[in-house]
Design a binder for this molecule. Structure first.
Ligand code: IMP
Ligand code: MG
Length: 191
């Protein structure tokens, strides 16, 4: 059985198809490429959730005709949710970036923003290191439960106030490699 078939029974509805996600990535890439035209750019993906966003975005930027002079991809790894479906508000840095951000043009690339505490923590952490430019890019925006006012420079798609999975987002580490963004059946959370 294909993995996606075993996922099928767990999915209540598809929120965004792979095609809609790909189109959103292209739009984000076009804007970032034009804002950093002719300049070096450091894309800093927030793992694990942003693993597909940052890799697809980096390649989409490379396909634009008049973009940054160079693109470097780096990662840091944080955890805030544990195995719950609501953010704990407590963000842990599991792995720091390996590149220095000082004096560089940095775009933080996140999968999704909900209450905003993860991005607030990351922006404060990176701001201290004095980047030349620090911007935030999120693929999915859940604007309903924001607890902090975070400047978002690049937003892909609005997301309903539901716990969602796929395209990098997990529930207890599962469903990350689902190609669409989806809402799960309620029974999944009780099994
Ligand atoms: P925030 O701190 O509430 O803004 O949440 C940010 C992080 O929580 C994201 O980077 C995700 O990793 C995770 N997250 C938020 N909403 C969801 C969701 O619906 N499904 C899976 N993970 C989520
Ligand atoms: Mg994340």
């Amino acid at each position: 059985m294909k993995v996606t078939e075993s996922y099928d029974g767990a999915i209540q509805r598809t929120i965004y198809t792979p095609q809609e996600i790909a189109a959103a990535i292209e739009r984000l890439a076009a804007r970032i490429a034009s804002d950093f035209r002719g300049q070096p750019l450091l894309l800093l993906g927030v793992l694990k959730g942003a693993l597909y966003v940052v890799s697809d975005l980096a390649r989409a930027i490379a396909r634009t005709s008049d973009g940054p002079s160079e693109v470097i991809v780096d990662y840091l790894c944080v955890s805030s949710y544990g195995n719950e479906t609501r953010s704990s508000g407590e963000v842990r840095l599991l792995k720091d970036a390996s590149e220095s951000v000082t004096g560089r043009n940095v775009v933080i690339v996140e999968d999704i923003i909900d209450n905003g505490l993860t991005l607030e923590y990351l922006r404060a952490l990176l701001d201290e290191r004095k980047p030349a430019v620090l911007r935030s890019c999120v693929l999915f925006d859940k604007p309903y439960r924001r607890r902090v006012d975070i400047p978002l420079d690049y937003v892909g798609l609005e997301c309903p106030d539901e716990f969602v999975v796929g395209y990098g987002l997990d529930y207890q580490e599962l469903f990350r490699n689902l190609p669409s963004l989806a809402q799960l059946q309620p029974w999944v959370f009780h099994s």
